[in-house]
Write a protein that binds this ligand. Structure first.
Ligand code: NAD
Ligand code: UDP
Length: 364
C-alpha cells in the first residue's frame, strides 16, 4: 500500500486506473485541471468502490491545478511529507492528446506535454521520489514497417502530439541515465525507476457503466463516434477509406479495453517497485487487430442498435494497420489483455446508455 500521485487522474484512462489502484489498497492524490475531464468522474469512483466520506478523504485527495505549476506540485509533495506519508510514485497521465489539435497548436502541446513532464520530474527529483509510470503512445511509431509492432521499431512521429511524446521518452531516458536508448529493460544509473508505456487504442469503459470516455465536442476517434451514433447523438459514421490493403479494405487497429490498460499500470508499478532502478519501455496492446467494419458490427450486436455509416475518403495521416506486439509486456510484467472486442463494446455501450451525454450537466 503506497501513497501515489496521479496526474490527469480524472481523465478517461486515469479514472479507470484509479479504480484499480484504490482496489489494490493504494492511497491516491489526484492532480487535474479538468481541462478535458469532469470532477464528476472522481465522485463516481467513490460509489464504484463504496468509499464513505471518511475513507475517501484519506484515500482519494483531489487537487485542481496544472501540472506545469511548480508551486502547486511543491505543496502537494510537502504536504504529504508533513503527514509522514511521502509520495512514493507518480503515474503521469496529464497531457493533451488530440492529433489534429496538435497540428494547429504545436507550442501548446510542447508546453503541456513536455514542459509539464519536465516540471513534474524536477519536483519529484527534489523530493527524492524516483518512481514514475508515463503515458506514452503507439503514435510514436508513425507509419510502421513491421506489424505487429515491436518496441524496437523506429520512433518516427508524424505530428506534434507524437513528437511531444517522443521528446518526453527521450527526457526520461536521460533522467534514468540510459544514454544508449534502444533496450526494452535497461538498468538505470541514477536511481530512477521509470516505465514508458506505449498505449495502442484504449476504448471501452468500467463494467459498472459509471465511468467512461467523454470527449469534448465531435469525437475524433472511432469508438466514441460509433457509440454516439448508436445512442442517437450523431447521424451517420464516416468510414475513412475502404481501399486500404486490409482484409475488408478498412483500417485496422489494436483496441485495448481501458480496464486491461488500467491493470497494466498496476503491473508496471509493481514491477518498478519490486526491483532495482530501471527504465522499462513496453507496448500495451492486445496484439489483435480489428477493422472499422468489424468494430461497427460488434457494436451493433452489443447495443442492439443500428450504426449507419458511409464510406468516405481516407483521412490524411492515417496508417493502414497498427497492431502491437505485446510479448514483452507479458515477459516483463506478466500482463496481457483479458478482454476482447465483445467486452469492449458491451462495457462501452453500458456507459453510453447510462450516460447519453457523458458527465455533462451533472455537478460534482
Ligand atoms: P484525457 O484527456 O481523458 O485525460 C488527460 C487528463 O489530464 C484530463 O483529465 C485533463 O483534464 C488532464 N490535464 C490535461 N492537461 C493538464 C494540465 N496541464 N495539468 C493538469 N491536468 C491536465 O486523456 P486519456 O485518454 O485519459 O489519456 C491519458 C494519457 O494517455 C495522455 O497523456 C495521453 O496522451 C495518453 N494516451 C492516450 C491515448 C488514447 O487514445 N486515449 C493513447 C495513447 C496515449
Ligand atoms: N475512423 C473512421 N471514422 C471515424 C474515426 C476513425 O473510419 O470517424 C477510422 C480511422 O481511419 C482508423 C480507425 O477508425 O482506421 C481508428 O481511428 P482512431 O482515430 O480511433 O484511432 P487512430 O487512428 O488514432 O489509431
Amino acid at each position: 500500500m503506497a501513497r501515489l500521485l496521479i496526474t490527469g487522474g480524472a481523465g478517461f484512462i486515469g479514472s479507470h486506473t484509479c479504480v484499480v489502484l484504490l482496489e489494490a489498497g493504494h492511497n491516491l492524490l489526484v492532480l487535474d485541471n479538468f481541462s478535458n475531464s469532469s470532477p464528476v468522474a472522481l465522485e463516481r469512483l467513490k460509489s464504484i468502490l463504496n468509499l464513505n466520506d471518511r475513507d475517501s478523504a484519506s484515500r482519494l485527495q483531489v487537487f485542481q491545478g496544472d501540472v506545469r505549476d511548480i508551486d502547486l506540485l511543491e505543496k502537494i509533495f510537502e504536504k504529504s511529507e508533513l503527514q509522514s506519508s511521502p509520495i512514493e510514485a507518480v503515474i503521469h497521465f496529464a497531457g493533451l492528446k488530440a492529433v489534429e489539435e496538435s497540428v494547429h497548436d504545436p507550442l501548446g502541446y510542447w508546453d503541456v506535454n513536455v514542459s509539464g513532464s519536465r516540471t513534474l520530474l524536477e519536483v519529484m527529483d527534489k523530493h527524492d521520489c524516483k518512481t514514475l509510470v508515463f503515458s506514452s503512445s503507439a503514435t510514436l511509431y508513425g507509419y510502421p514497417d513491421i506489424v505487429p509492432i515491436p518496441e524496437s521499431a523506429p520512433i518516427n512521429p508524424i505530428n506534434p502530439y507524437g513528437a511531444s511524446k517522443a521528446a518526453v521518452e527521450m527526457m526520461l531516458a536521460d533522467v534514468a541515465g540510459c544514454l544508449k536508448d534502444r533496450g526494452i529493460k535497461q538498468a538505470s544509473t541514477t536511481g530512477w525507476r521509470i516505465a514508458r508505456l506505449r498505449y495502442f487504442n484504449p476504448v471501452g469503459a468500467h463494467p459498472s457503466g459509471c465511468i467512461g470516455e467523454d470527449p469534448n465536442g465531435v469525437p475524433n476517434n472511432l469508438f466514441p463516434y460509433v457509440s454516439q451514433v448508436a445512442i442517437g447523438r450523431r447521424g451517420t459514421l464516416q468510414v475513412f477509406g475502404s481501399d486500404w490493403p486490409t482484409s475488408d479494405g478498412t483500417g485496422i487497429r489494436d483496441y485495448i479495453h481501458v480496464m486491461d490498460l488500467a491493470e497494466g499500470h498496476k503491473c508496471a508499478l509493481d514491477a518498478l517497485v519490486g526491483s532495482g532502478p530501471q527504465l522499462l519501455t513496453l507496448n500495451l496492446g492486445s496484439g489483435v487487430g480489428s477493422s472499422v467494419l468489424e468494430v461497427i458490427r460488434a457494436f451493433e450486436t452489443a447495443s442492439g442498435r443500428e450504426v449507419p455509416y458511409k464510406i468516405v475518403e481516407r483521412r490524411p495521416g492515417d496508417a493502414a494497420i497498427t497492431v502491437a506486439d505485446p510479448t514483452l509486456a507479458y515477459k516483463c510484467l506478466g500482463w496481457r489483455t483479458r478482454r476482447g472486442l465483445n467486452e469492449i463494446c458491451r462495457d462501452g455501450w453500458a456507459w453510453q446508455f447510462a450516460n447519453p451525454n457523458g458527465y455533462k450537466g451533472e455537478v460534482a
